[in-house]
Design a protein around this ligand. Sequence first.
Ligand SMILES: [Zn+2]
Length: 425
Amino acid sequence: MNASDTQRIVDAVDAGFDAQLRTTRDLVAIPSTRGAEGPCQDMIGDLLRERSYEVDDWRIDLEDLKNLRGYGPIEHDFSRARTVVGTYRPTTSTGKSLILQGHCDVVPAGPLDMWETPPFSPVIKDERMYGRGACDMKSGTIGALYALDAIKAAGLKPTARIHFQSVIEEESTGIGALSTLQRGYRADACFIPEPTGGQMIRSQVGVIWFRVKVRGFPVHVFEAGAGSNAIMAAYHLIHALEKLEIEWNERAKADHHFNDVNHPINFNPGIIKGGDWASSVPAWCDVDCRIAILPGWSVADCQNEILACVAAASRDHRFLSNNPPEVQWSGFLSEGYDLKDSAEPESAFAKAYDAVYGGAVPERAFTALTDTRFYGLNYDIPSLCFGASGAAMHGFNEYVELDSLRKSTKATALFIAEWCGVEKA
Ligand SMILES: [Zn+2]
């Protein structure tokens, strides 16, 4: 790409940035937690149609996905779950095709009184946009859309097919991304603008979700010794799983990307529910857990280690030894992913990065996951993940830094132009 095209695209991102922020704010204002992503998908569909993309908006059928690599079980009503893809078809096809993907699901906001401003009433202050999903990752999705707009506003058009994908379930199973692949969408590369803090994700962990279900024996507290407290028994199992976390972190020291990352494997008991009454020994306790695994580790082997850990801890517990707990797989069953066979898209991105930030692209090994794994592992589509800076994703007062968003949007636009090629519109 010549210098004047580059400059026109960069200028067009600046010219469109206020509109980009307004659209981002509208998307962040939709409370698209798990199962409630529909209005976001409607909005994205409208934005794509306004821009004359060919829109494919479909309901996800779990039957189609069940046997595919990386599928994770769904426990909630999924009858209205949708994926939206907008396709751009070039008049001349000389460049390389691209998938641009973003997820519109967000994690729950948590106690509202811990937010300074309400999570779904986004506000801009101090050069930041605050709101649940402002950082992870609605600003990235809208950034990719406006990156395409900037190419058009610069008087250019891409010379390769582009699929703009808005998916759900990134935060719990990843099957929104999986559904696009099942539907048949393919490209020469995939780019996901998650908020990576201006770094390229070189390697990322996989994640397993599981639920430990303890069933106790309820009695009145006055004769507590005759019963068995399911909540206390669950603590025993949590402590055992913490030992598994230590063991896996030891094993991680042999990984060539994660060996210098401090504590890459994080175990998290994320939800605990149990008992019915303060004066009854609790008969039940369910603990929903998340643990990471590294690229190359088999999900099935790690599942077996989790089962073995829970079984061993139960054997040396008075009550659990006779009432073994159950383990259910409750979401992610995801492998880790190392970027591979990606020299070509990386070199296109390196040019885009250098033009905006100057210098070489910084990299990181990421201790969370992204949807890139499905494209990379299932279909050998090299899948880059790069985006803006921010903080408090999954926490309180989540925000994205606007200057970083402006820059990452420019880098995205230049990468699209470099990878797909452009011609005069
Ligand atoms: Zn995300």
